[in-house]
Design a protein around this ligand. Structure first.
Ligand code: AMP
Ligand code: ZN
Length: 147
């Protein structure tokens, strides 16, 4: 199991620092985010130190995501939420601040006023249907090289 001594989440896994744990098994850990964006904001991580989605092992991803509905339902049962966003940031440009893969569970209570405000501006007018076909073909080519 990879462990980075400088990684804050590895320190939580190793119980060098405390966390408000929600779920734990040999491979995964879920705990309350220390900066609650909304009430019940929870993080799910693999115990193994894998920095981001690009480096996440498929086996780890499969196991981690298999836990996601269970954790989402437990949060849903406990809080009077009206919705939930799952979020994962990768690299600084995408607002990643802890470089150990994690999935945010963000309970939503009020669309406009509960503190969760992702910036989301569409640029659909800049891409034709043909552009989308080209982009899809080039990504598909990459996938065909690796699968
Ligand atoms: P991200 O910006 O997606 O990398 O998210 C990292 C998250 O980790 C932030 O929401 C932080 O509030 C959270 N975080 C950082 N340190 C701790 C900690 N010691 N315990 C719980 N959550 C933490
Ligand atoms: Zn780590």
């Amino acid at each position: 199991m990879a462990h980075d001594p400088d990684c804050i989440f590895c320190k939580i896994v190793a119980e060098e620092i405390p966390a408000a744990k929600v779920y734990e098994d040999d491979y995964a850990l879920a705990f309350m985010d220390i900066s609650q964006v909304t009430k019940g904001h929870t993080l799910l991580i693999p115990k193994d130190h894998q920095p981001n989605i690009f480096e996440l092992q498929e086996e780890t991803a499969a196991y981690l995501f298999s836990l996601a509905p269970k954790i989402a339902r437990a949060i849903e049962s406990e809080f009077q939420l009206e919705g939930m966003n799952l979020l994962n940031n990768n690299h600084e440009t995408a607002d990643q601040s802890v470089f150990h893969f994690h999935l945010h569970f963000l309970p939503r209570y009020d669309k406009d006023a509960d503190g969760y405000k992702p910036k989301w501006q569409t640029h659909s007018d800049q891409y034709t249907a043909e552009d989308l076909q080209h982009m899809a073909a080039s990504v598909k080519k990459q996938l065909d090289l690796t699968t």
